[in-house]
Design a protein around this ligand. Sequence first.
Ligand code: HEM
Length: 509
Amino acid sequence: MASFLSDRSTTLSSSGVGARGCWIASKSRPATNFRYQLHSSAWKATALSPTKRIQREIPGSYGLPLLGSISDRFNYFYFQGTEEFFRSRAEKYQSTVFRVNMPPGPPFFPDPRVIVLLDQQSFPALFDVSKVSKRDVFTGTYKPSADFNGGYRILSYLDADEPRHAQIKAFCFDMLKSRAKSIVPGMDFAACRCFDRWEKELRAKQAPELVSSIEEICLAFLTRALMDHDATGASGLSTETIKKWLAPQIAPVALLDAIPPPIMELLHVFPLPFAVVKKDYEAIVSYFSAHSTALLDLAATHGVPRDEALHNLIFMVCFNTFGGLIRLLPEVVQRVHESGVAKELSNEVAAAVRDAGGRLTARSIDGMPLLHSVVYECLRFQPPVPFQYARARQDMVIESHKEAFRVKKGEMLCGFQPFATRDGVVFDRPNEFLPRRFMGDDGAKLLKYVLWSNGPQTENPSVDNKHCAGKDFIVLVTRLFLAEFFLRYESFQLDGQSIKSLSRRSPST
Ligand code: HEM
């Protein structure tokens, strides 16, 4: 921040070198704007209406054992792709609720059968912990071995009615609260260091790579803000080590660029053993053991044993947060770039910071309504975690906009969120990225339909629900990242996923 105030307005540009792919983020963001909206009467209801009569069984089929799951998986990954996979079935069944098999599949992941939920009426069934269980469904129809987590069932896999859930979640809330003062300086440190490096590379006619830079920012920020230590420095931890540990846990449901389809198919039916990343996890454990004494002390006050707290902390920082942010932030940069609001954002950020005495603080961020709206629109447009799963605790009824369906106890529900958050019943022009969508009173009314955190944006996580514990933290961090960027720059150009040019703000504007 300080550097912004003393710098002259300059434009730096690269020679336009092409982007380098990144395994975890490359598949996470679409090359083009997907058109998630359905065009048939499946979506033609006009309001979120209350109870309806049950008129038919849930449409769709699981097909023959084994063959059905193979066919659905191939369509999902290779022949249709995610969007068309869901859209074509919703059209065929004239329903936003239907049965289908989801990856991974047999023989080593035995039960791929789910009931898909695609609209704003049916999706919230996933949040009602009185009716659905979230036990061991964090990653979907499979759960990676507990060996990846020191032998523990980590908070994200615990159901809200398991006693440990409340203890560990309370620790998580307390951790974020206790570190609140370090969030702004942590982002300032990590972002400004990265911006300095980008400028140096641009002066040398190189094109800084967006995704890997953001990964570096995320790791430096998180470890600095939460543990007063920068993991990206010497004797630290690399982003690659964390991604290597993450990879086998998500491989059963992922399509990774670097891996040829036949091998990828093996990973969709056979779980990779922990042994392949044991050394990487040991490095992560060793790093966190050395730098998290204060946080583990805090966990002890909530009755969470130190070793269990350590592995939970690693999961919160490296899986929940790092894994989420490295999908979200590159997406945010791309969307801001494409929507052409950079200059306005830059003016808004500069004015709010000036009004707040020249410093970027959590409070000065409050005076940036466009920035707030842009962040919510990113979270609506491309939710970083697109799937949520839950199992019916009891026989229950789920309503779509058009119909009501009976679901049996034990059946698995699977929400594909980008369809729900692009539901034309509640959002105008749902497939367009509208930076101002959430501004003003009317915009605020739409926030209840933003569901990225496993619950409506207008509701709060608690020890009794499964709403993301980092909901407010992530919104703040994303705003801070953008604010840091636009305090320094008034515009920028991307070339694929590389930075082509950066135009500094003049200090007088
Ligand atoms: C961009 C970043 C993030 C995204 C997209 C995200 C998204 C989510 C989602 C979708 C869930 C629900 C998963 C499910 O059960 O189906 C969840 C749960 C959770 N998240 Fe986040 N999250 C992010 C960051 C964070 C942060 C910063 C923390 C805390 C340090 C955190 C902690 C948790 C925890 C503990 C749960 C489980 C909640 C419970 O068991 O009650 N997440 N998150």
